[in-house]
Design a protein around this ligand. Structure first.
Ligand code: ADP
Ligand code: ZN
Ligand code: ZN
Length: 777
């Protein structure tokens, strides 16, 4: 018996299966999708069984060493998805399978040395080896010449080990066997009495509850009164938010949408649910999932980032209790593994999670929901590149089930598909609880400046903040930039302090008084004088969240401000803790785009956007769309319940359509205008875009290789394909690596996937990245 195995080696040359012999003892247990250990070159590596067959075209095959799974980790469907993705993808197939599995199931490699005769080694080196003659390679890097010599003389051998991460957690459980054995010790009697009413209980609970010690329990076990078993437990993921099971009666709009979905549950179809913020989309998701579970099927619900949507989670927990698994980046390796196993073992039927939850190993899916479908984070940018939407479409087809994309601000690409009947459009125009949309004021900051207002806040915003503080209502302020000041400039010569490794200015952070590079992580001390002309007149320009926080604390002295950005959310469960703190005792929540989505606080009646145009001029053809989405989403946080909301948008471009349409909550007008511009400029959805980035230490190389690739593309692609570049982008150097970029634009191409794959293979000696429908150009 032969198994074709995909080995866990991420090199373009190894991106195919290898045949191995199946030892006789494994023939009855081996299954497609299992993880195995196999020899590969001099090493042992992990691999995935892709196929089992009787014959191989190769001879001199090696044997599979060990089988790591009893149940296959990868289902047949997931294997197929991997195949599908790898056709349109230039990442190694094995990296696609790895992203489908929790980290606990990945291989962990160790390089070890085995010595035969340690007396032949210099004494200090010999001491590094344990009594079995083994030593970790990392320990002896100071002795490399000696090691080399010993390897040559065959006294030392290099061995490779593959291990798994530690995973299952066990607890000891006590069970009563005989209650009628006469006992003397009072404590022992206590334990037996307890176990009479609770036939089995965790040992640690009993010790804690009854105040008994190990020897007491041990003597009961020795007498045969009770027995002790090791049982596997799941790690509990705690949440500060209680399960919420508020039931509502669907309103007319919701009822209509719900019926359409409910009547078509067992059909493959993609729906775009466009409902204004607070229109009650989540309520519909919950009802549809309930119906799916009644059919004995399962559901996946994707959200941009779980830690930012604790209320959503509590509603899911409230409705479905322990039938929900949560998969997100805030979990530890072990917690994630436990949640994943609940799905794999069919102990839960609902999975709520961020991007990679789309690979939840259900085998009887009934619906897939992608909330906030316009969100960028559904696309994974680094290897393996994939878009959760593509995976969702595959699975919807595979199971013949609905895929629901929900958003208050659908991406124009999706809305275009809906208008062209590729998706079914469902719309909800009103807020569910009949609350009106918040009134929005656009404040022209140029005008404020002319009037002598040098503050971060316009008069209007300051006035409203004071009003809300007085009324004890809550305020959310958005500034999409972290740090203190955004760049540091010399007032004498105009020099801006740049990162030594990147073509980008450094950002000042007050908390550690250093300048940070937000691209490569470089940090340096705050200069006392200009590095170029030695002038002491250093000026901190631009504002970030840190500086606004400082300003608020000085201006509104009694207000409790909670700042939420990448700098304040580095510890575990930080998002949840900060949001909880804000809800219960905060006055102002100040944050970056993290605070824009999904939050539902009843007491928030004012939202302020401090600099709406901050991202309008990024080199990104979706910058305008993203600005509109951000403004609409954050405005939607105001006045969702009893109190009416107000929104202030501060800007230097008060006439920009992204800002005006967001002010009017007018998605349709925005869509029309944006489409005209996309058409003129030749962007999606009218033309498809592929970006090729070539990176190298030498600026000359990136342009040369770029030229070569361009020639190849020109020969192979259809004549009406546009190929632009190679050029150096605005930020041409990151971490001392140069980048050149080529852009391909085409309406339709029969050959594009194959051509890109060929290019990727042909130039495999260079670092090139190929990205379909990139976000930044
Ligand atoms: P969305 O997901 O569209 O932003 P939600 O489902 O979160 O909207 O609903 C917004 C608020 O309105 C929630 O507090 C929710 O409980 C409430 N809600 C939803 N549907 C109804 C309804 N039919 N009647 C009353 N309240 C509702
Ligand atoms: Zn200077
Ligand atoms: Zn840098």
């Amino acid at each position: 018996m032969i198994a074709s195995i995909l080995v866990d080696v991420k090199a373009k040359q190894v991106d195919k299966t290898f045949d191995y012999l199946v030892p006789h003892k494994f023939e009855n247990v081996i299954e497609i999708g299992q993880r195995v250990k196999v020899p590969f070159g001099p090493r042992l590596v992990m691999g995935y069984i892709i196929n089992i067959k009787q014959k191989s075209d190769f001879d001199r095959l090696r044997y599979i060493k060990e089988i790591l799974d009893i149940e296959p980790s990868l289902t047949k469907e997931l294997l197929q998805i991997g195949n599908e993705l790898s056709i349109s993808n230039t990442s190694p197939l094995v990296s696609i399978y790895q992203v489908m599995l929790p980290r606990a199931l990945k291989g962990k490699y160790k390089k070890l040395l085995q010595v035969k005769e340690s007396s032949l080694l210099p004494l200090d080196l010999a001491l590094k080896f344990n009594k079995n003659g083994i030593c970790d390679y990392k320990e002896i890097t100071d002795y490399l010449p000696e090691i080399k010599k010993q390897i040559k003389q065959e006294n030392i051998e290099v061995i490779y080990q593959v291990e798994q991460y530690n995973k299952e957690r066990f607890l000891k459980k006590l069970t009563l066997l005989h209650s009628d054995v006469p006992l003397r010790g009072e404590k022992q009697k206590l334990v037996v009495e307890y176990l009479k009413s609770n036939p089995s209980e965790y040992k640690r609970n009993i010790m804690h509850l009854l105040g008994v010690s190990h020897p007491t329990i041990k003597s009961l076990i020795d007498k045969g009164v009770i027995k002790e078993d090791k049982v596997e437990i799941y790690r509990e993921v705690e949440s500060m938010y209680e399960a919420n099971n508020k039931r509502v009666i669907l309103n007319q709009e919701q009822e209509k949408v719900y019926h359409t979905l409910k009547n078509n549950l067992n059909q493959k179809e993609t729906y775009l649910l466009h409902g204004v913020t607070g229109s009650g989309k989540t309520e519909i998701y919950l009802n549809i999932i309930e119906d799916v579970l009644k059919q004995g099927k399962e559901a996946i619900m994707l959200v941009p980032e779980i830690s930012l949507t604790p209320m959503m989670v509590s509603r899911f927990k409230g409705r479905f209790g322990d039938d929900v698994a949560l998969l997100h980046s805030g979990l530890s390796v072990g917690e994630k593994y436990d949640e994943w196993r609940k799905i794999r073992r069919k102990e839960v039927s609902v999975c709520v999670g961020a991007r990679s939850a789309i690979f939840a190993p259900f085998e009887n899916l009934g619906v897939i929901i992608i909330d906030e479908e316009h969100t960028e984070s559904y696309k994974q940018e680094d290897n393996p590149k994939y878009h959760a939407l593509d995976v969702a479409k595959f699975r919807s087809e595979y199971y013949n089930i609905p895929l629901i994309l929900g958003s208050a601000t659908p991406s124009v690409d999706s809305y275009y598909k809906a208008l062209n009947h590729e998706y079914t459009l469902l719309e909800m125009k009103l807020r569910a609880n009949k609350q009106t949309m918040p009134a929005t004021y656009v404040e022209d900051m140029r005008y404020e400046f002319k009037g002598g207002n040098r503050s971060i806040f316009s008069k209007k915003l300051e006035e409203l903040i004071l009003d809300r503080l007085e009324k004890k209502e809550q305020i959310m302020l958005l500034l999409n930039r972290r740090g203190h000041s955004t760049f540091v400039m010399c007032r004498s010569c105009g020099e801006v302090i740049m990162c030594p490794n990147c073509d980008i200015s450094l950002t000042y952070h007050e908390y550690d008084q250093t300048l940070h590079c937000h691209y490569c992580g470089h940090k340096e001390h705050n200069p006392d004088m200009c590095p170029s002309c030695s002038s002491p007149h250093i000026r901190y320009m631009g504002i970030g969240t840190e500086r606004v926080e400082e300003y608020i604390k000085n201006t509104f002295k009694d207000a409790k401000v909670i700042r939420m950005d990448r700098d304040t959310t580095t510890y575990k469960n930080a998002h949840e803790k900060l949001l909880y703190e804000f809800e219960h005792e905060g006055d102002i929540l100040l944050g970056t785009q993290m605070i824009a989505k999904g939050l539902d606080f009843p007491k928030v009646s004012l939202v302020g956007v401090l600099a709406a145009d901050m991202n309008l001029n990024l080199p990104d053809y979706k910058a305008i769309e993203k600005t509109f989405q951000l403004l609409t989403q954050v405005s939607g946080r105001a006045g969702r319940h009893e109190i009416v909301g107000e929104v202030v948008i501060q800007t230097y471009n008060p006439d920009h359509y992204a800002i005006l349409n967001a002010k009017d909550h007018d998605y349709h007008t925005f869509y029309e205008t944006e489409m005209k511009i996309r058409k003129l400029a030749g962007y999606t959805p009218f033309l498809n875009i592929v970006q090729i980035i070539i990176t190298d230490k030498e600026v000359r190389n990136v342009l040369n290789i770029g030229q070569k690739i361009k020639l190849d593309l020109r020969h192979q692609l259809e004549d009406d394909t546009l190929i632009l570049g190679p050029v150096l982008p605005k930020i041409a150097r990151i971490n001392n690596i140069y980048r050149a970029q080529l852009i391909i634009k085409y309406k339709e191409s029969k050959v594009i996937d194959k051509v890109l794959k060929d290019i990727y293979q042909k130039y495999s000696d260079y670092a090139i990245a190929i990205d379909k429908n990139p976000s930044l150009l």
